[in-house]
Design a protein around this ligand. Structure first.
Ligand SMILES: N=CN[C@@H](CCC(=O)O)C(=O)O
Length: 275
């Protein structure tokens, strides 16, 4: 039997499934192939588990992989098709960082067989876990919310102009969730008085697009937070001495309070839907 210790499924019975796909730092024994382990881990969604560690107390189910997105990105189309044709993004097995630097040493980029191996080893089980938990929760509730947690540095010129809004809600342009749920979450983001957008630069990745089926009671939301909302972001160049900055619970507290309200609202919304 294959080792699944990299995949965590913490079960709850509330109609909320939380996906944490990008906090993994495990380079799956391939450390030597990367330009540096630090570079391979730089685009990790830092401290997202700590930020959302209240989820279990609300009865949510949490699915997480500890394998780095630089090994395989479970939020990409497994066919290799781009999430945003014509725009810069990263691939299923990324060959570059978000900023466009080469991730691998010469001759070390994974070939098609290695991509297929990583897909079978890590991508398929992650999505099977999400499917399984969606089915389990749907047997308990007519409507469930799948909430996919992300974060990204506030300034990445290759991906977007200027400073990214603090809250970036994606629903695949309104196709992955009921509009009323989207509206309620958007209202909570706006009520913070901080910059927020719905279906802006980040509209939802593969997790949102593939699993969101509102007509079948599965409502998928992707939340992309700008890192500055819960951790210190250096003004200048990102380097090993300043990135990632440590997790400071006091600094993150206001963001956690907003995210808690968002979860409570999503739970109340799902619980109020009877058919
Ligand atoms: N921090 C991660 N961000 C997501 C964004 C998905 C999207 O492009 O909407 C990712 O790269 O998978």
């Amino acid at each position: 039997m294959s080792d699944r210790s990299w995949l965590t499924v913490q079960q709850g019975d509330a109609p909320l499934l939380v996906s944490i796909p990008h906090t993994g730092t495990d380079l799956a024994g391939r450390d030597d192939g990367f330009v540096s382990p630090w570079l391979a881990r730089r685009d990790t969604d830092w401290w997202i588990e700590q930020l959302y560690d209240f989820a279990g107390d609300l009865g949510a189910t949490v699915v997480r992989t500890s394998v780095s997105r630089s090994i395989i990105d479970v939020n990409r189309d497994p066919s290799g098709a781009s999430l945003y044709p014509g725009q810069a993004t990263t691939e299923l097995c990324p060959t570059t960082t978000f900023d466009g630097e080469a991730l691998y040493r010469e001759g070390q980029v994974p070939d098609a067989d290695e991509v297929a191996r990583r897909r079978a080893a890590y991508f398929e089980p992650y999505h099977a876990a999400l499917e399984g938990e969606i089915a389990r929760l749907r047997a308990l509730h007519p409507h469930v919310v799948l909430y996919d947690c992300h974060s990204i540095r506030s300034v990445i010129p290759r991906l977007f102009e200027g400073k990214l809004p603090l809250f970036n809600l994606g629903t695949n342009s309104g196709n992955s969730a009921d509009p009323a749920l989207q509206e309620q979450v958007a209202a909570l983001m706006a009520a913070t008085g901080r910059p927020s957008v719905v279906n802006g630069r980040f509209k939802g990745g593969w997790i949102t697009r593939h699993h969101g089926r509102p007509e079948q009671g599965v409502h998928a939301l992707q939340m992309e937070l700008s890192c500055r909302g819960y951790m210190l972001e250096p003004e200048g160049k990102i380097e090993p001495s300043n990135w990632p900055s440590r997790y400071d619970p006091a600094f993150a507290a206001p963001m956690r309070a907003t995210l808690t309200k968002i979860f409570e609202t999503a739970l109340a919304w799902a619980g109020s839907r009877h058919s």
